[in-house]
Design a protein around this ligand. Structure first.
Ligand code: MN
Length: 454
């Protein structure tokens, strides 16, 4: 992608780019990091990226919304909305063939200032949802080393501030960081980490790559090098034995403490519900390094998390479903579905093909709950068009399939004793296509050719 050639190597460069592209909303008035900042951001979700220039009681600005608009990301990566997931997948495939490891440098912008008496209370970390248990750092990339092999891992976690030098965090059951910590904890050793805030999208997408694509024995930070078109620069830490991202805004050097758990939550999750308060893991901050003039980056739970997840999932799902069912054009996760609902668009070759596509889609992503199959004349990226197809083309007694008592997703409250029922909608026109199903169309007119007023 050669982002480095285009000088897109840190958040400041992206802010300049967005400003020039007319995609940056600057908020000049002071904003309170408790509820107000997130509330403002929510009102702009999916639109321009928001830079809060003044945050009350805090010394630096906050950027939100970098990932909530897929069109902005597509423009950034010089591709189209539809092609973006495949572009990322192609880059990952190229990285697998010819890995480009990161390089370690002694210093970089991320350690211009060293704060050896860390105080998280001074950072403008927001409180997002009304019933959240605290202030949450949501967009930070955690780097750790495997206790035996030393292989680096990069992953994204939510952190709740507990004290000036303490944060509770969530470790996903099957995540590599959890596996690393399990080994360290069995030896009663802490696991050293760096928490990198304000990284550029190359690092973000590298860290968001699922374990099925970047297994535990490879350093996924090489994906960032691939996207940059040059080796990613890492910076040596002050008090832990694992590196930080040289171009980050803040590098929080910390360790996950063995045999200690700390209450974390509630936290408003991507599902639209609160993750419950439970004993989870505890990170002790040893020092914080930062730029002289940093911008704290935060991700607003919702569309932003959806895109970060969907972009990596969709390319993988499309490849699997296409391989199994000829005629499939694309598989996408519906914008409104958090993302539990996949939409398959296909050129139908037989009346049984949509049903096979439904099964293939469920096989391609373990926590899907719904699959809808549509024809080529329906826009799979537009939930209104998909609903129109279900409303006018699906005959429930014939076109709905249920898959009962399969394992459900842990965050979804409709799951009972770990199980739910999956549903598939065939919203395609039966073959041979009857005339009644022909979509009415109007002429394509370019409105900019006409003089208008009012
Ligand atoms: Mn990994």
């Amino acid at each position: 992608m050669n982002l480095a050639q285009r000088k897109l190597t840190d958040l400041q460069a992206y802010i300049d780019y967005l400003h020039e592209a007319g995609q940056l909303l600057r908020v000049h008035s002071p904003v309170d990091p408790i509820h107000e900042l997130a509330g403002f951001a929510k009102a702009h979700e999916g639109g321009k990226v928001v830079l809060f220039e003044k945050v009350k009681r805090a010394p630096c600005p906050v950027l939100m919304g970098l990932y909530w608009n897929r069109q902005i990301l597509a423009d950034l990566f010089e591709t189209s909305y539809e092609a973006l997931p495949f572009k990322l997948a192609d880059e990952i495939a190229a990285w697998k063939k010819r890995p480009m490891p990161p390089v370690v440098v002694p210093r970089g912008p991320a350690n211009e200032v060293v704060e050896s008496a860390p105080d998280l209370g001074r950072l403008p970390i927001p409180r997002h949802w009304l019933k959240d248990g605290g202030r949450y750092l949501t967009s930070s990339v955690v780097i750790a080393r495997h206790p035996d092999t030393g292989v680096r891992n990069a992953s994204i976690h939510r952190f709740m501030v507990k004290a000036g030098d303490r944060m509770a965090l969530d470790l996903e059951e099957k995540g590599h960081l959890r596996a690393y910590f399990r080994i360290a904890e069995a030896r009663r050793r802490p696991l050293e980490i760096t928490i990198n805030n304000g990284v550029d999208p190359s690092v973000h997408f590298a860290a968001a790559t699922p374990g099925s694509v970047a297994p535990i024995d490879v350093d996924e930070l090489g994906i960032a090098s691939q996207l940059l078109g040059e080796p990613l620069r890492l910076v040596r830490s002050q008090c832990v034995g694992v590196e930080g991202i040289a171009t980050a805004q803040f590098v929080i050097e910390a360790e996950i403490v063995p045999r200690v758990r700390s209450a974390e939550g509630p936290y408003g999750e991507i599902t639209g519900y609160y993750a419950q308060r439970k004993p989870r893991w505890l990170a002790r901050v040893k020092c914080i390094t930062r730029r002289r003039r940093p911008v704290l980056h935060n991700i607003l739970p919702g569309l932003e998390v959806y895109h970060a997840f969907a972009l990596s999932a969709e390319a993988g799902m499309t490849a699997v479903v296409k391989r199994q069912v000829p005629g499939v054009r694309t598989v996408t996760l519906s914008l409104g579905s958090v993302p539990y609902h996949a939409v398959v668009q296909m050129r139908k070759t037989s009346n049984t093909a949509p049903r096979r596509a439904i099964r293939a889609a469920f096989d391609s992503l373990v926590f899907l709950k719904m699959v809808t199959v549509v024809d080529e004349d329906v826009n799979p990226f537009d939930p209104r068009d998909v609903e129109w197809a279900v409303a006018t083309r699906c005959r429930p007694e014939r076109d709905i399939s249920l898959f009962r008592d399969v394992p459900g997703h842990r965050l979804n409250p409709s799951v009972i004793r770990g199980k739910w029922t999956r549903i598939g909608y065939d919203a395609t026109v039966p073959l041979p296509r009857a005339k009644a199903f022909e979509r009415s169309r109007m002429a394509a007119v370019d409105p900019t050719r006409f003089r208008t007023s009012g």
